[in-house]
Design a binder for this molecule. Structure first.
Ligand code: ADP
Ligand code: MG
Length: 265
């Protein structure tokens, strides 16, 4: 009898959980049993051992896990930068394995903006030129690209540094250029791999705040692979990855508890 009561309580929770989260929100990324095996001669590394995850449009998701747990590998799978050894990744309900080279290039150029730990800016280009480059790839040129780049750079707080080169700017400013570049083609998804790992505590916090404000203001979906605990405080959900597997997924309310517990440690 007790067992029956437990099961129905669980089912009720599951029902509430689903209706709560799905209110008017679309799935933008769906992974199903994603696996990745790297082969290096006789050595096999199972970097992902079956990750199934649904990401909703407009959410701020943190993918947390220790170094070597598979975060960057998963980032590459969602971003269409590498192919899974097994399983599926769908973006906007399209299985990306079905895309040809041209369609995949279109997806990477228009739909997703990428941000990396080491900024990956082009050193010989100015701040403006770095942000205009993806627009050029997308066929936006001339005055339109220029005006758009200035506008985005103002949004990330760099309106006064348009003609500086990356080496003339601080780490936090360089990451802001990279964020502006990621926004250049108005993507639906921003994928960030350890965006705060090379930054000091305060600058890291500023970058997180900026990503949150872009997520809320532009309704862009932000997915951050990270091991920065500061991210926990600001994201909508956290996916804990361990040893290539999704260990658990926590919602906002539970994250508050985790942050509370961590701050008391
Ligand atoms: P994280 O980003 O969480 O630090 P990664 O996704 O980079 O983890 O790596 C997961 C595992 O896969 C690690 O054991 C790593 O050594 C291995 N790995 C990652 N990339 C490669 C690669 N290109 N070739 C071989 N092994 C790799
Ligand atoms: Mg990594």
């Amino acid at each position: 009898m007790a067992e029956t009561a437990d099961i129905s309580a669980e089912a009720a929770h599951e029902f509430l959980f689903l209706t709560d989260r799905d209110q008017g929100r679309r799935t933008i990324v769906q992974t199903h049993d994603v696996r990745k095996v790297y082969r290096m001669g006789a050595l096999e590394v199972q970097a992902l051992r079956g990750v199934t995850l649904t990401i909703l449009e407009g959410e701020f998701l943190a993918i947390m896990g220790p170094s070597g747990s598979g975060k960057s590998t998963f980032f590459n799978m969602i971003g269409g930068l590498d192919k899974p050894s097994g399983g599926k990744v769908a973006i906007d309900e399209v299985d990306i394995a079905q895309l040809d080279a041209y369609e995949l290039a279109w997806l990477r150029c228009r739909k997703i903006g990428y941000i990396f730990q080491t900024f990956n800016l082009i050193p010989v280009m100015t701040c403006l030129e770095n942000v205009m480059l993806p627009m050029t790839f997308a066929g936006v040129t001339g005055d339109e690209a220029l005006l758009r780049a200035i506008d985005i750079l103002k949004q990330v707080g760099l309106g006064h540094r348009l003609t500086h080169r990356p080496s003339q700017m601080s780490g936090g400013q360089q990451q802001r250029i990279a964020i502006a570049r990621a926004l250049a083609n108005r993507p639906a998804i921003i994928l960030a791999d350890e965006p705060t790992a090379n930054l000091d505590m305060r600058t890291g916090q500023e970058i997180i705040d900026l990503l949150v404000s872009l997520c809320r203001g532009l309704k862009v979906t932000v997915i951050c692979a990270t091991h920065d605990m500061k991210m926990l405080d600001r994201c909508d959900r956290v996916v804990w990855i361990r040893d290539g597997r999704c260990d658990r997924i926590e919602e906002r309310a539970h994250i508050d508890i985790t942050v509370g517990a961590l701050s008391h440690e």
